[in-house]
Design a protein around this ligand. Structure first.
Ligand code: SF4
Ligand code: SF4
Length: 381
């Protein structure tokens, strides 16, 4: 296993971290026995960083925490550090943060959480963090030893990342969704470089976009990969992971693993990784794949959010983002689930046209929203 510096700290993280969202299931529950075995196998192979997820889906989260607690008994605890997230949208005060943190520590059976992060920061939730005084609360928890390091996860335009990083000097790490399809996106490579320059450890997740970059490829993407005459030949997972680890600013990539084979495969790939491990030719091939996917977008929306806020609360950029993902990755399941979970609806749109006037790309937004709803709203019926 290879390890990288974790921001300004002395600790080094394994370049691949263990994400728990793919743990094997038995019936409707996570298969605890197999999951414990998998976590221990990953640690035996050198993985020293586990993400426990966050409490958005509380019952699954509680089961996951219990599994991690059991997996880390019998000497495994000292070999690994654990991160836990708290979605800012799930709390309404600093008191809530304290309560959740204390519950997490108790459930994990530990004295402290190694890496505690505020999940889901963006231009809307960051002001709420300040209003609720959560930063003071994190500081107290670090001072009294309940948290070792504090961080955040973020999904928004790069410009808003600056304010968050500059607005608090005790952040130790940050976490972004990042794949070769996210290079210019929320916050993209610019955000990763900026965070690393400021001394934060950068953790990334979703390297394969929940498997969408590995399976059911669109024809043009499939042809681009298969016609490439580049040696050595690589698997799709290898291209995806090496592209991220080609960048020295990334400390660790969290991968949701569901089988022992996943662990073995990711560790083999990690061992081939390194800053600038890909050649110019290889990077150009990945750029071509990126262009193929991008050309499939249904709406030419850049998610710049210039059209926001909508007077009736419709999140136009997010709906277009989900719609584009449904079309580009030939997989409607994830975007339709997200559309439903995030509670989107276009019912209140009265075609006032405010958003259209603000859109530099002159997208006929009300009409496109209807198209998006036809695709994404299917699972709501
Ligand atoms: S046209 Fe619809 S989506 Fe656009 S601002 Fe008006 S109500 Fe909101
Ligand atoms: S202003 Fe136009 S391009 Fe920007 S997010 Fe809104 S719809 Fe998309």
């Amino acid at each position: 296993m290879k390890y990288r510096k974790f921001g300004a700290s002395d600790w080094k993280a394994s370049v691949v971290g263990f994400g728990v969202n793919g743990l094997p299931v038995k019936g409707l529950e996570i298969d605890e026995g197999r999951s414990i075995e998998m976590i221990r196998r990953a640690i035996d192979q050198g993985i020293n960083f586990i993400d426990a997820g966050d409490r958005r889906y509380l019952s699954r989260y509680e089961q996951t925490i219990r599994i991690i607690d059991q997996a880390l008994q019998e000497g495994y605890c000292d070999k690994v550090r654990v991160s836990v997230g708290l979605p800012v949208s799930s709390i309404s005060s600093a008191k809530d943060l304290n309560r959740c943190l204390n519950e997490d520590i108790k459930r994990l059976n530990r004295d402290k959480i190694d890496f505690y992060f505020l999940a889901g920061l963006d231009r809307i939730t960051w002001p709420r963090v300040q209003e609720m005084n959560l930063l003071n609360c994190l500081e107290t928890a670090m001072a009294d030893g309940r948290i070792d390091k504090a961080g955040f996860s973020f999904h928004d335009h790069f410009l808003f990342l600056r304010g968050i990083i500059e607005g608090y000097d005790k952040w130790s790490f940050c976490r972004f969704r990042y794949s070769y399809m996210d290079s210019d996106h929320h916050p993209g490579t610019a955000g990763i470089k900026y965070a690393a320059e400021k001394g934060l450890a950068v953790i990334t997740d979703e390297p394969f976009l929940s498997g969408r970059l590995l399976k059911k490829l669109p024809e043009s993407v499939f042809m681009t990969w298969s016609e490439a005459r580049i040696s050595p030949q690589r698997s799709l997972a290898e291209w995806g992971l090496l592209w991220i680890l080609n960048q020295s600013e990334v400390s660790s990539v969290l991968i949701d693993m569901g089988t022992m084979e996943d662990i073995e495969e990711n560790i083999i790939i990690a061992d081939k990784s390194g800053p600038e491990c890909l050649t110019i030719q290889e990077l150009l091939l990945i750029n071509r794949v990126y262009d193929c996917y991008s050309s499939l977008k249904a709406i030419p929306c850049t998610t710049c959010r210039a059209c926001m806020p909508c007077p009736v609360g419709i999140d136009v950029p997010r709906i277009f983002e989900l719609y584009n993902e449904a079309v580009m990755y030939c997989n409607r399941d994830i975007p339709t689930d997200m559309y439903k979970l995030e509670g989107h609806s276009i019912d209140l749109c009265n075609s006032c046209g405010d958003c259209v006037k603000a859109c530099g790309r002159k997208i006929p937004i009300p009409r496109c929203l209807k198209e998006a709803e036809e695709v994404l709203g299917l699972s709501n019926n």
